[in-house]
Ligand binder design. Structure first.
Ligand code: FAD
Length: 444
C-alpha cells in the first residue's frame, strides 16, 4: 500500500479497524482526542473504553450476537481477542474486566509498529485522503459539524429514539388484527401491513395512567436537550394531556376490526421490522420507561399478555448518519469514496456491532488503498446481514439496530421456525470461509 490510512476515533470500531488494516500491511495514523478533549461519557484515557455495561452480550451460538462473535474471532478480531483474555464469569454472556480490557487494546495498538497513535482532536476531513471515521455516538461537536457538511446536514442525527420490537409470534392474533389505515393496500384482498391493537376508552385511560406513573430512566445532563417535537417519548406526550396520544401515534381514525367492524378510542400499530416478518416494532412508542416497566405496562395491553421483546424502547444521545441514503455496502460514503464510516456512526447499535463494522472498514479500506476491488462480506453472514440492514433499510426514520436473526436473508422454501437459527448459523459460517480466504491477511 502506498498511502497511509487515517483513522479517526480510538474506540471499539477505530482500534479494530487500525488492527485489521495494519495486519494487511497498511501504515496507519490513528487519532484519538482523549485525554486532551473528552466526551461526556468517557472516564479514562484508554482506547476502546466501555462507557456503560461491561458486557459484549451472549456468547452462545443460539444467539445472533454469539454468531457475530464467532465470525469476528475467525477474522482475528483485536476486540474479541482482548475480551476473551479479560473475561469475567457472567454465564453465557461475554463480560470483561473493563479496565484490563481497555488497557490490553491500548497496549496492542501502541506496540504495533505499523500504527502511529496521535492524541489529537480532528475537526475537519480531507475527502481526498483515505480515512475511516469512527468517532462514535459522542463525536466531538467540531467534527459533527464537519460530518453534517459532508452529509448534507439533514442526514446526521444526534439521538436514538427507539421503539420496542416484539416477536410477532408472541402477539395474540385472536385479539390483535392485521390491517392498514383506511384499508390502504388492502383493496385486492390483502390483509394490510400492520398489526393493530384497539383500545376501548377504559383501557386507554388505564394505559395513560400507567405511562404517567411508570418508572423512567433519568436523563443524563448531556442528554437533556435531545428531544425534538417530532419524536417525543411516549410518556412525555402522555404528560401533555390525556388525549394527546389518541391524537398522535395512537390515533384510531381509519381503523376498524375486520370481522366485527368495531372502532376504538385509540389504536397501537406495529410495523414489520424484518424481511421474514418475525419481528414487529410499536410505531411511535419511543420511551424512557425502564425495561421491566415496559414489560409490565405493555403486557397489560390487549393481545400482548405474552409478548416477548426483541428490543426495548429507549431514547439517548447518539450521533449517527442516515446510512441507507449516504453509504455504500463497502462502508464508503457514496459521494466521497475515500471516506469510510465505522462504528455507531453508521447506525449499528452496540459495542460488538461497532467493533464488527470497524473490522470490515479496516479490511475494505486496505483493499481500496491496494487498488483492489472491494470484496464485501456475503449477505448471509452476520457481517453481511448487519451491513445490509444499515444500507438497505427503507424507513423514513432510520434507527440503529443490534445484530439479530431477523436481519438474515430468508431461505428459499419453508424452514420450520425451530430450525431456522441453526440453519442461519450453518449457512453463515459456511459462506464466511471463502470470503475470509479472499480477504485473509498475509502471514506475518
Ligand atoms: C452513554 C452511552 C452508553 C452506552 N452503553 C452501551 C452499553 O452498555 N452496551 C453497548 O453495547 N453499547 C452501548 N452504547 C453504544 C455503543 O455501543 C458504544 O458507544 C460504543 O462504544 C460505540 O463504539 P464506537 O467505536 O462507534 O465509538 P466509541 O467507542 O465512543 O469511540 C469513539 C472514539 O472517538 C473519539 N473521538 C470523538 N470525536 C473525536 C474527534 N473529533 N477526534 C478524535 N477522536 C474523537 C472518542 O473520544 C472515542 O474514544 C452506549 C452509548 C452511549 C453514548
Amino acid at each position: 500500500m502506498s498511502e497511509r490510512l487515517r483513522i479517526i476515533g480510538g474506540g471499539l470500531a477505530g482500534t479494530e479497524a487500525a488492527w485489521q488494516a495494519a495486519k494487511r500491511g497498511g501504515e496507519v495514523d490513528l487519532y484519538e482526542m482523549r485525554p486532551r478533549v473528552t466526551t461526556p461519557a468517557h472516564q479514562s484515557e484508554e482506547l476502546a473504553e466501555l462507557v456503560c455495561s461491561n458486557s459484549l452480550r451472549s456468547d452462545s451460538m443460539e444467539n445472533a450476537s454469539g454468531l457475530l462473535k464467532e465470525e469476528m474471532r475467525r477474522l482475528d478480531s483485536l476486540i474479541l481477542r482482548c475480551a476473551d483474555e479479560t473475561r469475567v464469569p457472567a454465564g453465557i454472556a461475554l463480560a470483561v474486566d473493563r479496565e484490563k480490557f481497555s488497557q490490553k487494546v491500548t497496549e496492542s495498538i501502541e506496540k504495533n509498529p505499523r500504527i502511529t497513535l496521535h492524541r489529537e482532536e480532528i475537526s475537519s476531513l480531507d475527502e481526498t485522503h483515505p480515512t475511516i471515521v469512527a468517532t462514535g455516538p459522542l463525536t466531538s461537536p467540531a467534527l459533527s459539524a464537519e460530518i453534517a457538511r459532508l452529509t448534507q446536514g439533514k442526514y446526521l442525527y444526534f439521538y436514538d429514539a427507539i421503539s420496542p420490537i416484539l416477536h410477532g409470534e408472541s402477539i395474540d392474533m385472536g385479539t390483535a388484527f392485521m390491517g392498514s389505515r383506511y384499508g390502504k393496500g388492502m383493496e385486492d384482498g390483502g390483509e394490510g401491513d400492520y398489526i393493530n391493537i384497539g383500545l376501548r376508552q377504559e383501557e386507554y385511560e388505564d394505559f395513560h395512567h400507567d405511562l404517567l406513573h411508570g418508572e423512567k430512566v433519568a436523563l443524563r445532563e448531556f442528554e437533556k436537550p435531545v428531544y425534538f417535537e417530532g419524536c417525543l417519548p411516549l410518556e412525555e406526550m402522555a404528560s401533555r394531556g390525556k388525549e394527546t396520544l389518541a391524537f398522535g401515534p395512537m390515533k384510531p381514525v381509519g381503523i376498524e376490526h375486520p370481522e366485527t367492524g368495531e372502532t376504538y378510542h385509540a389504536v397501537i400499530q406495529l410495523r414489520r421490522e424484518d424481511l421474514t416478518g418475525e419481528y414487529f416494532s410499536m410505531v411511535g412508542f419511543q420511551t424512557r420507561l425502564k425495561y421491566p416497566e415496559q414489560k409490565r405496562i405493555f403486557q397489560k395491553l390487549p393481545g400482548l399478555g405474552k409478548a416477548r421483546f426483541l428490543r426495548y424502547g429507549s431514547l439517548h444521545r447518539n450521533t449517527y448518519i442516515n446510512a441507507p441514503r449516504l453509504m455504500r455496502n463497502t462502508l464508503q460514503l457514496k459521494r466521497y469514496p475515500n471516506l469510510f464510516m465505522a462504528g455507531q456512526l453508521t447506525g449499528v447499535e452496540g459495542y460488538l456491532e461497532s467493533a464488527a463494522t470497524g473490522l470490515l472498514a479496516g479490511i475494505y479500506a486496505s483493499q481500496h488503498l491496494g487498488g483492489e476491488a472491494i470484496q464485501t462480506a456475503p449477505k448471509t453472514t452476520s457481517f453481511g446481514a448487519l451491513t445490509n440492514y444499515i444500507i438497505e433499510t427503507q424507513t423514513k426514520n432510520f434507527q440503529p439496530m443490534n445484530i439479530n436473526f431477523g436481519l438474515f436473508p430468508p431461505f428459499q422454501g419453508r424452514v420450520p421456525r425451530k430450525e431456522r437459527k441453526k440453519r442461519v448459523t450453518e449457512r453463515s459460517l459456511q459462506d464466511l470461509d471463502p470470503w475470509r480466504e479472499h480477504v485473509q491477511a498475509p502471514p506475518e
